[in-house]
Design a protein around this ligand. Structure first.
Ligand code: PHE
Length: 342
């Protein structure tokens, strides 16, 4: 085959190759195939040596031209493909930084815990320290030490979750009273927040556990008036200065005298409704002057010292503060309810 027809043949093959190019990788392989050391153009260069010397210059020129046009064609196409590929990539990877981000779900503190924190804050501001007692308690600290007689109805299995003969889930935070007295001498000014458990019948208002904040102050000459003013100030801080409060005599074996404190029902504004059992008032706490027997059990001289104590239900406070009319909302994990308070 003459050099010219070889050139022609190579050109045809190259054109066919070019027509099939889809990517810059295809170009690279074409370049190796035609311009590489083992490619057809290089082979022609070898054949050139065998030609008679007078034919060599012309043939050499033709081969060089072939080489150049192959190179040019590859370079041109390469440039075109690279731009196309870049444009394509830019389009594909386009990122709209002005799009609003996806919202992440973010949890929040339960409204009962929020209120508990607020209650603790107020009393800490008044100089009370915070103490904690155990949820699983002995009969003594929950009942016996608090002057409950052996046959007191509150010990009845109906109300108390017993673990064994001696141990139970505390029914109130008053279990902290004798514990704190045992390891401290007056003046004692403490609050004790925590969970309480009662085995109540299933009714619309039933709840197996709830939260209380116990509080007590033991010192020389602590009076009932101190108790009233402390609670009054607390309720004004938690609700508002015009909160309507009622103190009512009541009985607890560990205080004497004892009382209960009611707040005007938010739901009916005192008119009487289902929430307040048609009384116009909601009971939020029990309180009184600590019984001398209880002081004695705590190792405190009841001739020298007096003290007051209260135990308030946090769920009730939350219901009053936010106008919630069913205690079951607190444990149903209904997001529509819960997210109102985050
Ligand atoms: N422990 C009582 C209850 O749970 C409340 C209370 C506490 C009453 C302290 C008087 C003094 O109902």
């Amino acid at each position: 085959m003459s050099i010219s027809s070889s050139i022609q043949h190579i050109m045809e093959e190259f054109s066919a190759g070019i027509a099939r190019v889809r990517s810059s990788a295809d170009i690279d392989s074409l370049r190796v195939r035609f311009l590489g050391r083992k490619g057809p153009i290089q082979r022609l260069m070898q054949e050139l040596k065998a030609l008679p010397s007078e034919e060599r210059p012309l043939a050499g020129k033709e081969i060089n031209e072939l080489k150049k046009s192959v190179q040019n064609a590859l370079d041109l196409l390469n440039e075109k493909l690279q731009t196309e590929e870049t444009t394509h990539r830019l389009e594909k990877e386009f990122l709209d930084v002005t799009l609003p981000g996806r919202r992440r779900f973010c949890g929040g503190k339960h409204v009962v815990m929020q209120t508990l924190d607020r209650v603790i804050d107020i009393f800490v501001g008044m100089g009370f320290s915070v103490q904690y007692g155990p949820d699983i308690e002995s009969d003594y600290y929950n009942f016996g030490g608090l002057n409950f007689t052996e046959d007191h109805p509150a010990r009845d299995m109906q109300d108390t979750f017993y673990i064994d003969q001696e141990h139970l889930l505390r029914t109130h935070t008053s279990n902290t009273q004798v514990r704190v007295m045992e390891s401290n001498q007056p003046p004692i000014r403490a609050i004790a927040p925590g969970k309480c458990f009662r085995n109540e019948d299933i009714t619309a208002r039933s709840h197996v556990f709830f939260h209380q904040v116990e509080g007590f102050y033991i010192d020389h000459d602590v009076s009932f008036a101190d108790l009233l003013t402390t609670l009054d100030l607390f309720l004004k801080k938690l609700f508002s200065d015009d909160v309507k409060v009622r103190f009512r005599p009541s009985y607890f074996p560990f205080v004497e005298p004892g009382m209960e404190v009611d707040v005007h029902c938010y739901n009916c504004n005192g008119q009487g409704c289902r929430v307040c059992k048609h009384t116009g008032w909601l009971e939020i706490l029990g309180a009184g002057m600590i019984h001398p027997e209880v002081l004695k059990n705590g190792g405190i001289d009841s001739e020298e010292f007096t003290g007051y104590a209260w135990g308030m239900g946090i769920e009730r406070l939350v219901m009053l503060k936010h106008g919630i009319n069913d205690i079951r909302y607190f444990t149903e994990n209904n997001m529509q309810f819960l997210t109102q308070f985050t």
